[in-house]
Write a protein of this length. Structure first.
Length: 209
């Protein structure tokens, strides 16, 4: 439940802890939930109303909305590279597609953005087949590092969600490990370090860019 708080904070969804229905949280949950709720309330106050931006695009298209299991390609969120959610094709960056959206592309390539999806039969030539595995995604991250000079990102190959809010001059990182992790945020030649409990969050403030 504390991890769901991170999703709520990243998504700018408020008051999720009031959504437990008629059953109160067990008393022993509060040892974890109390400190987590206090931390997320403080973080959310600083980024509420701001929109996450980044070169990676989490796309939800028309085809996904017409199937029972849209099966989004989401593991790339753990690459430590900023992302944003789009309902239209962007004119830049890299866009990850669900299986249904990838099949619906046909022969018309997207304008400006690179398309990636899981390998499957009938995948259009305009879509790069990419396994949804951390091993392959981190290998691809090494390929695109030269393109990340203008955006903040997490160094190394550890599973971390990195949400960049340029209008708030802030970056929120979510440590997906169960253990404490030292996270290095890089922007150009600048490097900043935070020790983040697992699975917890940390907010880097006054991030230029």
């Amino acid at each position: 439940m504390a991890e769901k708080l991170a999703v709520s904070t990243l998504s700018d969804v408020r008051n999720t802890m009031f959504m437990s229905g008629l059953t109160p949280f067990p008393r022993d949950h509060w040892q974890t939930l109390g400190p987590a709720m206090k931390q997320h309330a403080e973080v959310h106050r600083k980024i509420a109303g701001h929109t996450a931006r980044g070169p990676l695009k989490h796309y939800w298209g028309e085809a996904s909305r017409h199937v029972g299991d849209d099966n989004p390609f989401s593991l790339f969120l753990a690459m430590g590279v900023p992302f944003e959610v789009t309902s239209e094709f962007a004119r830049d960056g890299m866009t990850f597609l669900s299986d249904a959206d990838a099949r619906s592309i046909g022969t018309t390539p997207a304008v400006g953005t690179r398309l990636l999806a899981r390998p499957q039969a009938g995948l259009p030539l305009s879509v790069r087949p990419t396994q949804e595995s951390l091993r392959e995604l981190f290998a691809w991250k090494r390929e695109i590092l030269p393109q990340l000079e203008a955006v903040p990102y997490v160094e190394g190959e550890v599973p971390v969600v990195c949400a960049w809010f340029p209008t708030a001059r802030a970056v929120l990182v979510w440590n997906l490990n169960e253990r404490r992790q030292e996270i290095v945020l890089r922007l150009g030649i600048s490097r900043r370090l935070a020790t983040v409990e697992g699975p917890g969050v940390a907010l880097f403030e006054d991030v230029a860019g």
